[in-house]
Design a protein around this ligand. Structure first.
Ligand code: ROI
Length: 159
């Protein structure tokens, strides 16, 4: 049995677009997993002042892994691509977040799904919308169309 997960990708250091492209290839190499789709890349200012601009994208991944196994695999890719965790929310070469994991709602210390902040972040919602149908709902029932309406396409540049 496989589950469709949606992964948020972000980078604002060391050639971000290249970081995202190699991360997409790495996602497709995860055991028991297949990259089913990827959005365009988008750039936007950091939500925190004084950081370089981010490049973001969303990927659809069909996986036979359990959620925490997938999280381990994503953290291994982050580490491979040189992520050094200095400060929370600091600039990073690669950030991989599990946004959605099928229709599961997960709330354990290491992992909250749907991702806590995704409903209000244009750099997550607009790329996600490229990969799903118009009537798509998050696992907690929220309609993506309503979230998009409440989250204007402001400050995003589609590459
Ligand atoms: N800002 C943007 N535009 N994209 C991100 O991925 C992102 N990630 C973060 C913070 C620092 C909150 N800001 C961001 O962690």
């Amino acid at each position: 049995m496989t589950t469709r997960a949606f992964i948020g990708l972000g980078s604002n250091l060391d050639a971000p677009a290249e970081q995202l492209r190699s991360a997409l290839q790495a996602l497709n190499q995860i055991a028991g997993s297949r990259l089913a789709g990827a959005s365009a890349l988008y750039t936007s200012d950091s939500l925190l002042p004084g950081q370089p601009r981010y490049t973001n994208a969303v990927a659809a991944l069909d996986t036979a892994l359990a959620p925490l196994e997938l999280l381990d695999a994503l953290q291994a890719i982050e580490n491979d691509q040189g992520r050094v965790r200095k400060e929370r929310w600091g600039p990073r070469t690669l950030d991989l977040d599990i946004l959605l994991f099928g229709d599961q709602v997960i709330d354990v210390p290491r992992l909250q799904v749907p991702h806590y902040h995704m409903h209000a972040r244009p750099f997550v919602l607009y790329p996600l919308a490229e990969l799903v149908s118009e009537d798509f709902r998050l696992a907690d029932g929220r309609a993506l169309a309503a979230l998009l309406q409440a989250c204007p396409f402001v400050g995003l540049e589609r590459l």
